[in-house]
Design a protein around this ligand. Sequence first.
Ligand code: AMP
Length: 360
Amino acid sequence: MQPAILTLNAGSSTVKYGLFARDGVTELARGTLEQTGAAAMAKALEVTRDAKVQVVGVGHRVVHGGPRYAAPALIDEVVVEALRSFIPLAPLHQPHNVAGIEAARAAFSAVPQVACFDTAFHRGHALVEEAYALPRRFFDEGVRSFGFHGLSYQFIAGRLSDVAPEVPRGRVVVAHLGSGASMCAMVGGRSVATSMGFSTLDGIPMGTRTGSLDPGVLLYLLDHHKLSLKDVETLLYKESGLKGLSGVSNDMRTLLASDAPHAKEAVEYFVHHCARMVASLATAAQGLDALVFTAGIGERSAVVRARIVAKLGWLGLAVDAAANERNATVISTPASRAKVLVVPTNEERCIAEAVAAQLG
Ligand code: AMP
């Protein structure tokens, strides 16, 4: 039987899986299991049997690695305990990730398993990026800007040398624009700043999440509207962003196709704040040699890319309309001050490669 690496991304109601060859590069299969825990793992065993592969390593997507993990970790009891201790930092996702790991360790007990963190790529930021201007004791306790989407950024960082050989050494802003959205400033392939912070709420607006919001708004909602903690959580994570602003949909395709004035305003809000974030992150990187678009909106929406880059015309950026329209890899004009690229992301492959590296 062919040896294979299994990647798992355990959410609240589903487990997304990928099957890769032992090299961690060749994808054999991927899919979604509509179960969690032991039921999902029984199904995963079935999938690997049907695919006629023998699982030799398992990689898990884990949202939070706390201040500690700057790289993937080979899972043992100590690591599981550490991951459990990060649950207060990511109460919506981390419990499902930990439960997935526990179920997978029971189901695939004989093989090494690796935790791959969304936060790890951003470790090592300067204090001016990592800290909030709160009393220091909160920083020491772990109230910091962690950043997320790190598996996507790491994958893109690895791809850049293939698509534009001079770019990886330079100053790059990567825009991961999906239903969750963030951006990352990289210098020499390492993250120096990112738009998400302590949670996945901060930064640019998303499908249903706010992006940056004056904390004074929260005080007002709690005090004046007497919202409960749960109400505020639901509002910020599930009812805001494109969905809240448009009143139409959280889906960019639907908004682009809609004539409703609020749908148009929501798209303009998204474009405006994306452009602002690029300029802000370019300051953190002290320049901009390339802007990279990735994830659902970034990879597929020529119109959103064109509108974001148009707002960065004052920086000297320009898009070639035809190249942009066909989602080419390089979409900037030769005269553009920075390259503008479209690079599809692949978080599962980033996990599979980490497992392959652990297996040696
Ligand atoms: P993701 O979370 O990376 O799967 O991205 C999901 C987002 O990508 C949703 O808002 C989709 O509406 C958006 N999307 C996917 N395809 C397109 C497209 N062709 N044009 C505009 N948005 C798209």
